[in-house]
Design a protein around this ligand. Structure first.
Ligand code: EPS
Length: 387
């Protein structure tokens, strides 16, 4: 099974990642990995940092002649901004010239400083920063290449930023195609509804002028799964639970909804359940309120998930806070940040979901070499055809 670790401070020398348990003999295209990192850096509403960085990783182990070895894959991403932070962020001797003592409401600042007994909030914010997600996107890019061998694709797009929503009627046809990411990548906010996309940009502009920030909702679509990934037999093997865990762990995510989500509460059972038919030698459901997961297992239909990211807590017009040194009321600390990172978060959700699905594939079909895993997959697909 795939496990992974990420390390690195936002303004430290580098971010690093290690993936353990990745099967051998999968061809890896590093351009694909670096393209995913590029996608994460896009999106209207990002701050100055993305103009400094050009995220690319260098692989240090686990791959030879473009193929995985089954050994841990480790990689490094050098922070270009490091050159501006060498003294403040050194691992050698030194002392901060500008300790931060005014926690931002909504950030990890206050609880983190209390928990780890820090007098300088920078010790918290450097690691709690969403800069860490660059490593998760790299991990996701490896996992996506594994999934591609089984024809499993992961897409995402933005449904809402602030009060501006994509029109479900405008985007419904696109959602049936495999063009979701291609078209979403063309929008400055990854929204498939062009009118809403423009309104979102205007909304972000206005929000920035007001010194404020915005959150939003994105949708992930995972397509091409066989039925039966995950399991109902034990709580921690349920695919929806594992996906929710991975998605909730993304910085500033406050909600995850599967399929019809909370909207299901107002439906009666007869209107909510996806009825089963048998057509052209296979089982079909004509609706997908369950979002592609029943009893903690994939049904074979698209897995559909909505993820909500709250507004970023670093405000240029800061909110009330307390100075941790003097205990006097002060306005919270402000530093360079994004107005919204919802479009980037959309790419990150794909990456967070990918290792979860990859693990469900490995759990079902084996984990050593691609050849063995693919053979087990084909046997299973043949067997369920006749069921
Ligand atoms: C981020 C890098 C950060 C922020 C953002 C995410 O860069 P900096 O702090 O140097 O401006 O743009 O981080 C946050 C929103 C946060 O709350 O920490 C990135 O690479 O994604």
């Amino acid at each position: 099974m795939i496990r992974y670790l990420t390390a690195g401070e936002s303004h430290g020398p580098a971010l690093t990642g290690i993936i353990e348990g990745f099967p051998a003999n999968l061809k890896i295209d590093m351009d694909v990995v670096n393209h995913e990192l590029f996608r994460r850096q896009q999106g209207f509403g990002r701050g100055g940092r993305m103009k400094i960085e050009q995220d690319r990783i260098e692989v240090l182990s686990g791959i030879r002649f473009q193929k995985t070895l089954g050994s841990p894959i480790s990689f490094i991403l050098h922070n270009r901004d490091w050159k501006n932070w060498q003294e403040e962020m050194t691992s050698g001797a030194g002392k901060s010239q500008q300790p931060i003592t005014r926690p931002r409401p909504g950030h990890a600042d206050l609880s983190g400083a209390l928990k780890y007994d820090f007098d300088d909030i920078r010790n918290v914010l450097e690691r709690s920063s969403a800069r860490e997600t660059a490593m998760r996107v790299a991990v996701g890019a490896f996992a996506k290449q594994l999934l591609a061998a089984f024809h499993i694709r992961i897409f995402s797009h933005v449904l809402q930023i602030g009060p501006v929503k994509a029109d479900p009627n405008v985007i419904s046809d696109i959602l049936k195609t495999d063009e979701i990411n291609t078209l979403a990548d063309r929008s400055p906010v990854r929204c498939l509804d062009k009118t809403a996309s423009e309104e979102m940009v205007q909304f972000i502009r206005r929000t920035k002028q007001q010194g404020d920030t915005a959150g939003g909702i994105m949708q992930i679509i995972i397509r091409g799964l066989p039925p039966g990934l995950g399991s109902y037999v034990h709580w921690d093997r349920k695919l929806d639970a594992q996906l929710a865990y991975a998605l909730m762990s993304i910085q500033a995510v406050k909600g995850v909804e599967i399929g019809a989500g909370f909207g299901a509460a107002e439906k009666t059972g007869s209107r909510f359940q996806d009825e089963i038919f048998y057509e052209n030698d296979r089982y079909v459901r004509k609706t997908n309120n369950a979002g592609g997961i029943e009893g903690g297992m994939s049904t074979g239909d698209d897995i559909v998930i909505q993820v909500m990211k709250k507004p970023i807590p670093t405000l240029m017009k800061p909110l009330h806070s307390v100075d941790m040194k003097s205990k006097e009321p002060f306005l919270a600390h402000k530093e360079r940040s994004d107005v919204t990172a919802v479009p980037a978060c959309s790419v990150i959700t794909e990456a967070a979901a990918a290792p979860v699905i990859a693990n469900a594939v490995l759990e079902k079909f084996g984990s050593d070499t691609m050849e063995d895993i693919l053979a087990a997959y084909q046997t299973y697909m043949e067997r369920i055809k006749n069921k």
